[in-house]
Design a protein around this ligand. Structure first.
Ligand code: NAP
Ligand code: MG
Length: 466
C-alpha cells in the first residue's frame, strides 16, 4: 500500500510539525502495511488557516463551476476504484466484493450526486417580499470513523464543497490510507488549493484540536456517542454549528403477515455485512411470538453461512474485537440463548481480528445486548405479543437511526413505520437510497447527511427584504 509521509494542506503535501506517526495494520493478518504522520494542534491550525484563506474564493465560485470541479473529483475517484477497494480491504479487512461495491462504489455515486445537486440547487429563493440567499457556513471540520471510511469522508466533504464551504478532514486513525487516496483525487481533479485539507492524526489530539479551533465554523462528526457528546458540548460552548451521526440499535420488525424466510434472511445479511460494523444495522430482530421459533431456526442457519473469511471479514482492530466478544459473554450471562456463533475465536482465524457470526435468541428488551450498540456481527431476536408491543420494544432504546418493517401488505408496513422514532425505515427490503436524508432521532445524532438535506446542513440563510 502506498502511504504518504505528509499531510495535504493548502494544495500540497507537507511534513507534519511533529515527528509522531501512526502505523496502519491489516486486521486480517495483523501486519503493518503503512505509516502516516500523526498531525498535532499546530498542523490542524495550519490546515484551518489554509481553509480560511481558500474560503472567500470558493464561496464566490459560481455553483455550476463548483459542480464541474465535483464532477472531475467523481471521475478521479472512479479512475481509482480498484485502488480504493484494495486499500479498504487492506486497512479495514472488508472482503473484496464488498470493498468494490460499497466502499468504492458508494462514494463515487455520492460524489456524482453532489456534482448534479450543486448545479441545480436553488441557492436563492423568493419568499413574499424577501429574497433568501443560501450561503456557505464557512470552514468545516470533518471528523470521520473507520467503518465505511471513504463513504464517511465523501458524505461530509463533498456536500460541504458543493455548498461553497472549505474543509479540514481528520479521518480515523485505523483507516488513513483511503483518506490519502481521496486527497490524491482532489489534487488530480484540480480543485483550488486549500478548499480541502487532510490532517491524519489521533482523535484526542488532532480531532480535539479541530473541534476546538475558533477558525472552524461547523463541526461534522460521525462515531461513538461518547466522543459525539464531547464534540457537541465544545460546539455548544462556542455557539458553532454541529452535526453528529452517532450510534444505532435499529429494529427489524417482522409483522405476522410478512414473508418470514425472506425477512429473516435479509435481516441477517444486513447485520453481518461489514462484520456488523454499520451504524444503521438492524441488530434487533422483532418477531411475533407465534413465529418466533421458526425465525430463530432460520436466523441461525442464515448466520452460519457467514462463518468464512470470504463472506465476512475481521473487525477493524483488536480493541473492537474484545469489545464485541465482551458483549457476547454479557449476553450469555444475562440469560440469552446462543443459537449461532459465540465468543470463541473462529477456527479459520489463525491471525486476524475475526469474530463468529453470532445470533442470540430469548433476548428481552432490557438486556444490554438489546440496548447497547455492539458494532459487531451479533443479532438479537426479541419476541413481541402484538403490534403495540412491537412498537414499544422498537422505540425502547436511546437510539433511532434506522430500521425495517416487513408485512404482507405495504400499507400495513407503512402504518407501522409511521409509529417508529427513527430516521430511516426500509419497507419490505427497500434498497439503500444515496439521495435520501440519513441521520438520527434521539441519541443517534443531530442533522442529516446525503442528498439535498445533506447539502442544506452546510448552508446559512440570509433574508433580503424589498
Ligand atoms: P470514535 O473514537 O468516536 O472515533 C470516531 C472519530 O473521532 C475518529 O476519527 C476518532 O479518532 C475521533 N476522535 C476520537 N476521540 C476524539 C476526541 N476526543 N475529539 C475529537 N475526535 C475524536 O469511535 P471508535 O473508538 O473508533 O469506535 C468506538 C465505537 O463507536 C464503536 O464500537 C461503535 O459503537 C461506535 N462507532 C459508530 C460509528 C458510526 O458510524 N456511527 C462509526 C464508528 C464507531 P481516532 O480514530 O484516532 O480514534
Ligand atoms: Mg477511538
Amino acid at each position: 500500500m502506498k502511504a504518504h509521509d505528509a499531510l495535504f494542506i493548502g494544495g500540497t503535501w507537507r511534513a507534519a510539525a511533529g515527528s509522531g506517526s501512526i502505523e496502519v495494520v491489516n486486521p486480517a493478518d495483523e501486519q503493518v502495511i503503512g505509516t502516516v504522520p500523526a498531525g498535532d494542534a499546530q498542523d490542524v491550525d495550519a490546515a484551518v488557516r489554509a481553509a480560511r484563506d481558500a474560503f472567500p474564493g470558493w464561496a464566490a465560485t459560481p455553483p455550476a463551476e463548483r459542480a464541474a470541479h465535483l464532477a472531475a473529483l467523481r471521475d478521479q475517484l472512479a479512475a481509482r476504484a480498484d485502488e480504493i477497494a484494495e486499500t479498504v480491504t487492506a486497512e479495514l479487512g472488508a472482503p473484496p466484493v464488498l470493498a468494490q461495491k460499497v466502499h468504492a462504489g458508494l462514494p463515487i455515486a455520492v460524489t456524482g450526486s453532489y456534482a448534479e445537486l450543486a448545479a441545480t440547487y436553488a441557492f436563492e429563493e423568493r419568499i413574499g417580499n424577501s429574497t433568501v440567499l443560501h450561503e456557505p457556513v464557512g470552514v468545516v471540520g470533518a471528523i470521520t470513523p473507520w467503518n465505511y471510511p471513504l463513504h464517511q469522508i465523501t458524505a461530509k466533504v463533498v456536500p460541504a464543497l458543493a455548498a461553497g464551504c472549505t474543509v479540514v478532514l481528520k479521518p480515523a486513525e485505523d483507516t488513513p490510507l483511503v483518506a490519502q487516496l481521496f486527497a490524491e483525487a482532489v489534487e488530480a481533479a484540480g480543485l483550488p488549493a486549500g478548499v480541502f485539507n487532510l490532517v491524519t492524526g489521533l482523535g484526542p489530539v488532532a480531532g480535539q484540536a479541530l473541534a476546538e479551533h475558533p477558525g472552524v465554523d461547523l463541526v461534522s462528526f460521525t462515531g461513538s456517542t461518547a466522543v459525539g457528546r464531547r464534540i457537541g458540548a465544545i460546539a455548544g460552548g462556542a455557539v458553532k454549528r454541529v452535526a453528529l451521526e452517532l450510534g444505532g440499535k435499529s429494529a427489524n420488525v417482522i409483522l405476522p403477515s410478512a414473508d418470514l424466510a425472506k425477512a429473516v434472511n435479509v435481516g441477517v445479511a444486513n447485520v453481518m455485512t461489514n462484520s456488523g460494523q454499520t451504524c444503521s444495522a438492524w441488530t434487533r430482530m422483532l418477531v411475533h411470538t407465534d413465529q418466533y421459533d421458526e425465525a430463530v431456526a432460520l436466523a441461525a442457519e442464515a448466520a452460519a453461512k457467514y462463518a468464512t473469511p470470504e463472506r465476512m471479514g475481521p473487525l477493524v482492530n483488536g480493541g473492537q474485537r474484545e469489545r464485541v466478544r465482551g458483549y457476547i459473554a454479557r449476553g450469555v450471562e444475562e440469560g440469552a440463548r446462543l443459537v449461532a456463533g459465540g465468543a470463541q475465536t473462529p477456527e479459520y482465524a489463525g491471525t486476524g481480528y475475526y469474530v463468529r457470526p453470532t445470533v442470540f435468541a430469548d433476548v428481552t428488551p432490557e438486556m444490554a445486548i438489546a440496548q447497547e450498540e455492539i458494532f459487531g456481527p451479533v443479532l438479537s431476536l426479541i419476541r413481541y405479543r402484538d403490534v403495540d408491543d412491537a412498537v414499544r420494544i422498537a422505540n425502547g432504546t436511546v437510539y433511532g437511526l434506522a430500521g425495517a418493517v416487513w408485512a404482507g401488505d405495504e400499507a400495513e408496513a407503512v402504518a407501522f413505520a409511521r409509529r417508529l422514532e427513527t430516521g430511516q425505515v426500509d419497507i419490505n427490503g427497500g434498497r439503500f437510497n444515496p439521495l435520501a436524508p440519513f441521520g438520527g432521532y434521539k441519541q443517534s445524532g443531530i442533522g442529516r447527511e446525503l442528498g439535498v438535506h445533506g447539502l442544506a446542513e452546510y448552508l446559512h440563510t440570509k433574508s433580503l427584504q424589498f
